[in-house]
Design a protein around this ligand. Structure first.
Ligand code: ISL
Length: 561
């Protein structure tokens, strides 16, 4: 039985403020810039904006290192600007989901400044401090996501602190009840302002292995780190505490970012009766194209079976018991069309095909800024053009291991996070009109002269208009939101076909994931007399009984009943 909720029916649009719209001419996007573009966002037909962190921060990791949870980063504006943004959003019926980053803080946060002063400082236990081993080395072999040991030695007190990310992002000690109270206060502060929910950064990492045992191997790949750090013994207790003490008192949405979580783990976090979170981001969908050695910047072969396997598994495990989320990219991932489609000859067709997938699956869909115009990966020329700490550290680490630029760049250009962080391309004038500045904080993708919002608005056949139609199609058909799912023609090597069904409604989705013409067998369905409700090609759809021919990257949805 379907239990309706606004956050299940919502389509979410992710705004990366630094790269959205600059109104002050400093080369960095800002809150006023988002306000200017709210009508554009609303016109997409979305309901919710997830805003990446806008809090005060030294920006070692682009705002995921927070130094004050109750202040706005001056580069982005003021608290008045924030309040205005929120009220302008609510006026338009848009909801706001904030990024809650509480696995760690900045080392410049007042708590950490205190904590490192002395072993008996009242804030010492806010973080995870350990004595060196007898030989002075770190307490264990854990590694940081951004390279090197996850432990940083602090001269002042002669101990190490834990940082799963950069050394400017010390991990909070959730075992300390005072830390949990602080987090709850931060949540109440924003919810009382009227924000509509939280995307909870690496929330699966908040409970640590109490024994701090070594990893079985001292060199886990970036891809597998989540498996090591997620799901500590007290995770569920902590999440239930947040739920019972704070979240359950508000009509808000929560989505946990959960690297390393399996569907079985997920059910414990988002299962209906668990009193924890409402939905989460799984990472298996982002893992299908890793190379054999599995490292973060490896390039692997993938095919449509990878998609079918992951998304079918997650549907089967969660449907009816929890609520899923679907995304093909975000600010940590490369551009979806460059990765899962074709960003050259079939850019338009494949971007629309991927949009059809994103918006016809079970689970709340997330669109990342620029995805709606088919923005592509950026041709960075070298490390001097990178801004992301993960990419820069990785590059330097590989150089120091003797690798050459030519060997290192392909992986970074393929999967690096800066690919999705270049400014959104509004039109074909200088800086894609994102900013008046001489220099923007990160390079503008040079293809802005062809790929931009203005161009897409003018072209009735654009990816942008297709996104609008597809969002509306989802909204108009409950079956696409609440319906069950099942694969069709499972063995097909080119086509991802599935049906969505609910009570007396049923839809059939056909997606050609290749650049060649191919066919699929949709028996027992004869599609000759069925209504085609949306497609990324105009006319010429070939159907012969149960046999369907699909052109390169063709996507179609049929109404079966
Ligand atoms: O980007 C990734 C690959 O290294 C992810 O594994 C990412 O590090 C992980 O999903 C956690 O991401 C979140 O927390 C990080 C921050 O850098 C990311 O931007 C954020 O989305 C630390 O706060």
């Amino acid at each position: 039985k379907k239990e309706k909720s606004w956050w299940k029916e919502a389509v979410v649009y992710q705004v990366y403020p630094r790269s959205f719209n600059d109104t002050t001419g400093n080369g960095i996007g800002d809150l006023r810039g988002i306000i200017e573009k709210l009508d554009y966002i609303k016109d997409l037909g979305v309901d919710v904006i997830w805003l990446n962190p806008v809090y005060e921060s030294p920006c070692d990791d682009m705002g995921y290192d927070i130094s004050n949870y109750r202040k706005i980063l001056p580069q982005f504006g003021t608290m008045e600007d924030f309040d205005l943004l929120l009220s302008e959003m609510h006026k338009r019926g848009l909801k706001l989901v904030m990024d809650l980053v509480v696995n760690h803080t900045s080392d410049e946060h007042r708590w950490f400044v205190e904590s490192r002063k002395s072993k008996d400082n009242p804030y010492r236990d806010y973080y995870i401090w350990k004595k060196p081993k007898a030989d002075g080395s770190p307490p264990n072999n854990w590694v940081s996501y951004f390279g090197g040991s996850a432990w940083e030695y602090d001269e002042q007190t002669g101990e190490y602190y834990l940082h799963l990310f950069s050394k400017k992002q010390p991990d909070l000690n959730w075992e300390n009840p005072k830390v949990r109270e602080e987090v709850k206060d931060i949540m109440r502060f924003w919810l009382d302002k009227g924000v509509d929910g939280f995307r909870m950064d690496v929330i699966g990492f908040i409970s640590k292995d109490p024994d701090f045992e070594d990893f079985p191997t001292d060199n886990p790949s970036g891809k597998d780190l989540g498996d090591k750090y997620a799901n500590g013994p007290r995770l569920h207790e902590f999440l239930q505490e947040l739920h019972d003490d704070v979240l359950s008192h508000y009509d808000c949405m929560t989505v946990g970012e959960c690297p390393g979580v399996s569907p079985e783990d997920a059910l414990l976090i988002v299962g209906k009766d668990r009193r924890e979170l409402q939905t989460l981001f799984q990472f298996e969908g982002m893992d299908i194209d890793y190379g054999k050695n599995g490292s973060r910047f490896s390039i692997g072969n993938w095919d449509v079976h990878g998609f079918k396997k992951v998304y079918t598994k997650w549907h089967k495990k969660l449907y009816g018991k929890a609520w899923n989320s679907i995304y093909l990219m975000n600010h940590d991932q490369p551009r979806a069309v460059s990765r899962f489609g074709d960003d050259k000859k079939y850019r338009k067709e494949s971007a629309k095909m991927l949009a059809t997938f994103l918006l016809s699956m079970w689970g709340t869909p997330y669109i990342y800024q620029g995805e709606e115009i088919g923005m592509t990966n950026c041709p960075f020329e070298g490390v001097e053009e990178f801004r992301d700490i993960e990419m820069i550290n990785y590059y330097n680490e590989q150089i120091s291991k003797g690798k050459t630029k030519e060997e290192i760049m392909p992986g970074l250009l393929y999967r690096g996070r800066d690919n999705s962080r270049t400014p959104i391309q509004w039109n074909d004038s200088r800086n894609a009109v994102f900013s008046d500045a001489e220099e923007t904080w990160i390079k503008v993708n040079p293809n802005y002269t062809e790929i931009n919002v203005e161009e897409a608005e003018k072209d009735p056949d654009s990816i942008l208009h297709y996104f609008r139609r597809m969002i509306k199609t989802r909204k108009d058909n409950d079956v696409l939101i609440y319906g069950d799912y099942e694969l069709v023609d499972e063995g097909n090597d080119d086509v991802y076909a599935y049906r969505r069904f609910l009570d007396n409604e049923e839809m059939l989705v056909l997606l050609n994931f290749t650049d060649k013409e191919t066919s699929c067998d949709v028996s027992p369905y004869n599609l000759e007399d069925k209504e085609l409700i949306i497609s990324n090609y105009k006319g010429g759809q070939k159907v012969k009984g149960t046999e369907v021919t699909l052109r390169p990257y063709e996507a179609r949805i049929y109404k079966i009943k």
